[in-house]
Design a protein around this ligand. Structure first.
Ligand SMILES: *[C@@H]1O[C@H](CO)[C@@H](O)[C@H](O)[C@H]1NC(C)=O
Ligand SMILES: *[C@@H]1O[C@H](CO)[C@@H](O)[C@H](O)[C@H]1NC(C)=O
Length: 270
């Protein structure tokens, strides 16, 4: 009797055998080309050696990163998108999620406009109709100031999507402004025991040359760090924002959203 109860409880909480990390923490910066970011001292010489630099990684945008398709949304134009997205997959698998938005004008909930240095276009979760219409889901869109409380409470979810404000993400500033912000933000997290098995994905929404002026279309800097990813390594595999979804799906055994993420290559974390 006791044995079978114990077995049931174990099954309910066990992660699939493929699981490599217990949390993915995505930080999305803005509108800089791969070469520009790599030339920055912090991004190129300090942060990159702590993890694996993806040397052949391409955008397109926030909506792609979270739903497996651009859904007709060009760049980061504001849109209401009535599509299944990563939140549906995470919730179906009983995985927790939150997006932390810097300068969000409310503590939590769905806020439809822009405010100060918060821009809705950098918060893809504000675009999904099936989030907008759900108070329970809206409650997971929180002001970034909530992160330190969640760290203290040990309540940081499995999936974290962190959006710095329009200055910290480099959009209205430049790469060195963004790297200075990132250094202050991420370094304490990398040494915090709570994040020992967290995969940090530092990426950019799009390249500055997103209109295909680039010789390599929309190539951006993306770094994987934490969760046992070997330091000081590089990977020249062709990856895209769809690879983020594929990696989540592979790690947690949740299904794909579209043929884009189904056909993408998951990150090599070993
Ligand atoms: C939201 O976060 C900013 C810092 O990004 C903070 O200054 C502000 O007080 C917070 N607002 C609310 C409503 O929590
Ligand atoms: C991105 O940055 C470039 C300059 O590097 C600028 O010309 C362009 O307008 C910016 N794009 C957006 C969407 O802000």
């Amino acid at each position: 009797m006791l044995t079978s109860l114990f077995t049931l409880a174990s099954v309910a909480t066990a992660l699939p055998a493929t699981s490599n990390f217990d949390r993915m923490f995505i930080i999305v910066l803005e509108n800089e080309s791969y070469q520009t970011v790599l030339a920055d001292n912090y991004f190129g010489q300090v942060l990159a050696p702590k993890g694996r630099l993806l040397t052949n990684y391409h955008a397109p945008n926030y909506i792609a990163m979270t739903s497996g398709s651009t859904d007709g949304v060009f760049m980061d134009n504001t849109a209401d998108v009535d599509k299944t997205n990563i939140v549906d997959k995470l919730e179906a698998a009983q995985l927790t999620w939150k997006t932390y938005q810097e300068a969000y004008p409310i503590a939590s909930g769905c806020y439809a406009g822009d405010s100060g240095t918060y821009y809705r276009k950098h918060n893809p979760f504000a675009s999904y109709v099936n989030i907008q219409s759900s108070p329970a889901r809206c409650a997971n869109i929180v002001n970034a100031s909530q992160l330190s409380a969640d760290i203290t409470a040990g309540a940081v979810p499995n999936y974290v999507f962190y959006t710095p404000d329009i200055n910290n993400d480099g959009h209205d500033t430049d790469t060195s402004y963004a790297s200075n912000w990132l250094q202050g933000f991420i370094e304490p997290l990398l040494t915090n025991q709570l994040f020992q098995n967290t995969l940090f994905v530092v990426t950019f929404d799009e390249s500055a040359n997103f209109l295909n002026i680039d010789t390599v279309h929309n190539q951006i800097y993306t770094l994987l760090v934490g969760a046992g990813v070997p330091a000081n390594t590089q990977d020249n595999t062709y990856y895209t924002h769809y690879s983020i979804l594929k990696t989540l799906q592979t790690n947690w055994g949740v299904g794909s959203l579209t043929s884009n993420d189904a056909g993408a290559t998951a990150f090599n974390l070993r």
